[in-house]
Design a protein around this ligand. Structure first.
Ligand code: ADP
Ligand code: MG
Length: 223
């Protein structure tokens, strides 16, 4: 418990710091980006392309940091989480199709009320589904299912991707822990933080070379 407490304290300090840094960095970044675009036809295209792609990378990191630390946006309400989930799946559908990924769903019910911040939960679903898709570069099946166990809603997101070796699983959620060339290593950290704020949790089970299941657990409202 003490270790968990220390971890969550660390997360909130990181969160506050992240918000401050993100706000400070955003404005100069936007202006540098603008000027770089102005130079686009004055210097070698190769250089401006490189500069713009590096700037986009910084922008991506800053944005993920901001979602980590957005206390003002939190708005807990009774939401039908299945609708929220379906919403995200429809957003992701086109990209899945392009990547040869077949989405299969199996929901135990169509109406499951959860006390949550809708936008934050969307962020969690997006980050986890994005990881699942990125784990299947040549395509495969992405299954999403729900079930109830011990007054908790469990949402399972399973891919048939590359999997994660056991020694890496423990380190998931550490900031900047990524094995992707274009990854930020912040996606799961954001998910862990959001689930912690919702009294929920995330479990990750993976078999290397076979695939991964990420299970989101959320407490159900008591009658
Ligand atoms: P990023 O996606 O930017 O690398 P994340 O925090 O989202 O950062 O994920 C951290 C790392 O966890 C990834 O780089 C990847 O190695 C691993 N990972 C997460 N989800 C999966 C998955 N479904 N299959 C395989 N590896 C995964
Ligand atoms: Mg990710």
């Amino acid at each position: 418990t003490e270790e968990l407490l220390r971890r969550s304290e660390k997360l909130s300090v990181i969160g506050q710091l992240a918000a401050a840094v993100a706000h400070e960095v955003r404005n100069p970044l936007t202006s540098i980006k603008g000027f770089t675009q102005l130079f686009e036809d004055k210097i070698e295209k190769e250089y401006t392309e490189l500069m713009l792609s590096e700037l986009s990378r910084i922008e991506m990191i800053i944005n993920e940091f901001l979602t980590l630390a957005k206390p003002q946006a939190v708005n807990f309400k009774q939401e039908n989480i299945i609708t929220v989930l379906r919403n995200i799946l429809s957003i992701i559908e086109a990209q899945a199709l392009l990547n040869n990924i077949n989405i299969q769903t199996s929901f135990h019910a169509e109406n499951v009320l959860i006390n949550c911040d809708q936008n934050q939960m969307k962020q969690v679903f997006l980050n986890i589904i994005k990881n699942a898709m990125e784990a299947m570069p040549t395509g495969g099946i992405l299954s999403v299912n729900t079930q109830i166990t011990d007054s908790c809603l469990e949402i399972g997101i399973t891919d048939e991707g590359v999997g994660i070796p056991p020694e890496r699983i423990q380190r998931l959620g550490e900031p900047f822990f990524s094995n992707k060339e274009k990854g930020t290593g912040l996606g799961l950290m954001v998910c862990f933080k959001i689930l912690e704020d919702h009294d929920g949790r995330i479990d990750i089970n993976s078999v290397e070379g076979q695939g991964t299941t990420v299970t989101i657990k959320l407490p159900l409202q008591e009658e």
